[in-house]
Design a protein around this ligand. Structure first.
Ligand code: NAD
Length: 332
């Protein structure tokens, strides 16, 4: 069977997914949508697909087996609800939304409907992440330190907190997701942030320059995850995990794709991944849609917990108070 799919949003990340989809021989991308019509048309022409200005019109018109949603954080809500109303499985890029409420409502509607939705926490598909997960199961970490040290992305929607959610929600969410995967649930977050001098924390506030969050995991492990957007280019993104007799570093930088370093009493081993985790997550989602597989590693119900943790860190930083994370992942 060939799956008929569409992609809503035709920017940077859509390009990655569409390239992966083009490499599969059991997919036909029949339509794309983007309010920037020229971009939608150019992408559609390349693929031999139909172009729409409005994703909702695409969903109302096309007969599909699945849809990819690669839109900015502020654009979530109506698209997912339209897909759910049609029982159409969807793949959605992280973050789930610029806020928590939109994503929580969608998670509830998906659960009521029993519909498949996968989320783009692509690190979960890396072989080096599987190796670290195995290591952490055998020797649980006592300390996690994470760092997302980067430039400010040039897209217009990114720099305003009200449209992107901010760096913690939009980027560092990958690290909160990894920390949950490797260490387990977090029970308490205490965060702080440095805002742009002279700006008020209103809806039009720019994204803070840096932020840092302390975490206490239910296992007793402690964590600290920091974000910075002030560099000229991506500097380093990753996690250090420290346990009895070992340190593990899982990281990427501008010059090295995902690298794993394990240091213990016998020295340091280094492993690099040459996988394409975006293609891997797309393949896993498609296989699930086609009834050929069951390896969606970040279903919406799982991803909402990572989103809720990032949100708790953001609330804590904005409000200057510790925030408890409830068992379902929604902050108190
Ligand atoms: N998994 C990753 O590592 C990763 C990397 C980069 C971006 N992302 C995520 O992918 C999403 C998109 O980011 P991007 O870098 O592609 O941004 P982008 O700005 O390059 O592309 C977004 C596109 O969506 C379009 N758009 C806006 N509102 C829309 C709507 N209502 N309907 C349809 N299209 C709409 C924009 O016109 C734009 O073309 C974001 O959530 C971002 O966080 C994930």
């Amino acid at each position: 069977m060939t799956a008929r799919v569409a992609c809503i949003g035709t920017g940077f990340m859509a390009g990655k997914h569409l390239a992966a989809l083009a490499s599969f021989d059991d997919v036909d991308v029949v339509a794309v949508a983007d309010p920037v019509v020229d971009r939608a048309r150019a992408v559609a022409d390349d693929l031999g697909a139909r172009a729409y200005e409005d994703g909702l019109e695409l969903l109302a018109t096309e007969e599909l087996d699945a849809v990819w949603m690669c839109v900015p954080p502020f654009a979530h809500g109506a698209l997912e609800r339209a897909a759910i109303a049609r029982d159409l499985p969807f793949f959605v890029e992280k973050p789930l939304a610029h806020d928590l409420e939109t994503a929580t409502t969608i998670a509830e509607e998906l659960s009521d409907r029993g519909l498949l939705a996968a989320v783009g926490y692509h690190w979960r598909y890396l072989d080096v992440v599987e190796r670290v997960a195995e290591h952490c199961r055998e020797l649980p970490p006592h300390l996690v330190t994470g760092y997302w040290l980067d430039s400010t992305p040039p897209v217009a929607w990114w720099s305003q907190r009200s449209s992107s959610g901010g760096q913690v929600i939009e980027q560092t969410t990958h690290l909160f997701d990894l920390a949950r995967l490797l260490v387990g649930e977090v029970e308490r977050v205490w965060a702080d942030e440095l805002v742009v001098a002279g700006t008020d924390p209103g809806p039009d506030a720019p994204v803070p320059l840096v932020a840092t969050a302390q975490l206490r995991f239910r296992s007793g492990c402690l964590g600290a995850v920091s974000s910075a957007r002030t560099l000229p280019a991506r500097h380093r993104v990753g996690l250090h995990l420290v346990g009895d007799g070992y340190a593990v570093e899982l990281a990427e930088s501008a010059i090295v794709d995902h690298e794993l370093r394990i240091t213990d009493g016998s020295g340091t081993t280094v492993e690099r991944s040459d996988q394409d985790p975006v293609a891997a997550e797309d393949r896993a989602f498609l296989d699930a849609v086609l009834g050929r597989g069951d390896d969606v590693r970040a279903p919406y119900a799982e991803a909402i917990r990572s989103h809720a943790l990032a949100w708790a860190a953001d609330v804590s930083a904005r409000e200057g108070r510790p925030v408890d994370v409830t068992p379902v992942g929604v902050h108190a």
